[in-house]
Design a protein around this ligand. Structure first.
Ligand code: AHR
Length: 607
């Protein structure tokens, strides 16, 4: 490996590594969004209150039904009607919820429970709110609302656990000791959240993301942006403000979205992890081949996108900036990249070119600072950035690592906004990590033109029925989460970023050995990313040409598996993780052995 230390062949994008997200595989509901109650607004199934059941020793003691005639708001015009026929202090009755494959309960923890309710004349409570162990029936924490009003009203309590065993085998119950009828809506329980945000995110998953040091978040999708049908698109205006004013919506991934993680929550997620938002706006195409023709019919959609941009980045003196302030965030979010649509190459009517032009012109007219991203080739305008997607096998990535070597450096930049080696499920195995790492060396060596990339999908709930798309970066259940080998490959690349792409060539190496070299001259650091996708040790002769000073030792980070099918899982979350060591034989010409099936980062001090 010949490296001309003092010669940069281009600046490496400072925002190369980022995240892509959408509601898929229970990414938010049952995933990142910390809500513990499933089907909290009773809309998951129009005909029955799924995940809710009678809580009583005698199941005939009560009935539950969706009541479409009453609810606490215009957005939530329905509710769960609970009619308790028989209840007493010794035999309480009510409803229970089974959570997202259980409810994680931990010792000495506070849970914020809340709900909207109204009572029938003749019933005034009390209501007991509890977290209950599924097998013993013992309550881990409870609180009582002494009486209910006959008008819709919000109630809230804090449930505090004592010295309980951490477990997800729990359910939530809301019971009474008196017969009577009451209605419920927006029943919610939140554990402590990351950065203590109300309506916030799970701590463990956010910590995994924070370790990736991502530069941007591509939101809100993906197919989730488009919806199957135009009325099922991501309507951002319906995802902001108080939860009770969010109507929720069906998603293309075959389950209903609570929209608890709405537009502002996406932005706060960015804020918490110091990422910039990359906002994808709905561009008039939904997945079942429905589109809006460019021209007057598309205007309201263009205006909606302009409003969205204003909500994200406008001052409080603008209409939508003021609404963001009303929602609790006066400070605007910096917004530099806006993507028009998603995967519009699927639109068989070929309407994208004209639709893109209409969005492009409108965005540039009011926001010349914004870089506009196209989802497929267009000729009507020159997009600032083009979003390329790749879902492949490792072999395909190995064979194509030079894909962008000859791409024009003067025209449109590239974002690889979705990509993954699809081997292993629910999360990728080590061979996939090798494919990913090889592909990342290619992206890094071309990171003057590839300005951003984001793996997809990011999340999967590993419970049966939790996965709609195989091979996802991070897996979890109600209790815990883990990173796949591919996740750790991303962590290694993102945590060792150079500012310059260094002139380098690899000769006489096995075709399954991959590399990239970047440097940060102000720090005097050179980063070698090395991938050995073979079953044997590979010796590399490394020549550091043009260096004035080379430190004898270097930091070495290694991700390695004994077989390519090895992987991490919910039960073995840390089987494959990076290990740190050092090299002590560094000089201008030194030899380095790459272990079989390995991904390495060498951090050299070179000036
Ligand atoms: O990442 C899963 C899906 O793949 C995305 O929603 C879509 O954009 C792509 O086809």
């Amino acid at each position: 490996l010949n490296i001309q230390v003092d010669k940069s062949v281009g600046a490496s994008s400072p925002i190369l590594h980022g995240l892509m997200t959408e509601e898929i595989n229970y990414s938010y509901d049952g995933g990142l969004y910390a809500e513990l109650i499933r089907n909290r607004t009773f809309q998951d199934d129009a005909s029955s209150p799924v995940h809710w059941s009678i809580a009583a020793n005698d199941k005939n003691a009560a009935t539950i039904d969706i009541d479409k005639t009453t609810g606490p708001s215009t957005a939530l015009p329905l509710s769960l009607k609970v009619s308790v026929a028989a209840a007493s202090t010794t035999d309480p009755a009510g409803v229970q919820n089974d959570g997202f494959w259980g409810i994680a309960v931990r010792p000495h923890t506070q849970y914020k429970a809340s709900f909207y309710a109204k009572a029938d004349a003749g019933f005034s409570g009390p209501l007991k709110i509890s977290l209950i162990d599924n097998s013993t029936g013992v309550s881990a924490a409870s609180a009582v609302i002494p009486s209910l009003s006959q008008e819709w009203k919000r109630y809230s309590v804090v449930l505090t656990t004592k010295d309980v065993k951490p477990s997800a085998a729990n359910h939530f119950a809301l019971t009474t000791t008196h017969p009577g009828t009451f209605w419920l809506q927006l029943v919610s329980v939140f554990p402590p959240t990351y950065a203590n945000r109300s309506n916030g995110n799970r701590q463990d998953i956010m910590e995994l993301l924070a370790a990736m040091k991502p530069s941007f978040l591509r939101l809100p999708g993906g197919n989730y942006l488009e919806g199957d049908h135009i009325p099922e698109r991501y309507e951002w205006k319906k995802t902001i403000g108080p939860l009770v004013d969010r109507p929720t919506h069906p998603s293309p991934w075959r389950y209903h979205s609570s929209d608890g993680l709405g537009l502002l929550e996406f932005l706060e997620w960015c804020e918490d992890l110091k990422m910039q938002p990359l906002l994808a706006v709905y561009a008039g195409y939904s997945m079942k081949q429905e589109h809006i023709d460019a021209g007057p019919a598309l205007e309201p959609y263009v205006q909606d996108a302009l409003d969205e941009i204003e909500y994200v980045s406008g001052g409080t003196d603008t209409k939508w900036g003021a609404i963001r302030a009303r929602d609790g965030h006066p400070k605007p979010f910096a917004l530099k990249y806006v993507e028009v649509g998603n995967e519009d190459w699927f639109d068989k009517s070929k309407s994208y070119d004209a639709r893109f032009a209409q969005f492009y012109d409108a965005i540039k007219k009011s926001h010349s600072e914004i870089q506009v991203i196209a989802t497929t080739q267009v000729t009507s305008r020159q997009p600032d950035v083009l979003d390329d997607h790749y879902y492949r096998k490792a072999e395909q990535f190995f064979d194509d690592v030079h894909h962008y070597d000859k791409t024009s450096r003067t025209g449109t930049k590239i974002m690889v906004g979705e990509w993954a080696t699809r081997e292993g499920e629910p999360t990728p195995d080590f061979n996939a990590a090798l494919g990913d790492a090889a592909w990342m060396t290619g992206m890094e060596r071309n990171s003057d033109v590839i300005i951003m990339h984001s793996y997809a999908p990011l999340f999967v709930n590993v419970n049966p029925g939790g996965m709609q798309w195989k091979t996802d970066l991070i897996g979890y259940d109600a209790m815990s989460s883990y990173g796949s080998p591919s996740y750790y490959a991303q962590v290694m690349f993102s945590n060792h970023r150079g500012t310059q792409i260094v002139d380098s060539t690899l000769t006489n190496a096995d075709k399954r050995v991959f590399y990239s070299v970047t440097s940060d001259p102000t720090k005097g650091v050179l980063y070698l990313k090395l991938v050995n996708a073979t079953a044997t040790k590979q010796q590399l002769d490394i020549n550091l040409n043009g260096a004035k000073h080379i430190a004898l030792s270097a930091k070495l980070t290694t991700l390695h598996a004994s077989s390519p099918t090895e992987t991490n899982s919910i039960t073995e979350p840390r089987k494959i993780v990076p290990t740190d060591s050092s090299l002590s034989n560094v000089s201008s010409h030194f030899s380095h052995d790459l272990p079989p099936y390995s991904i390495q980062v060498v951090e050299l001090n070179v000036r």
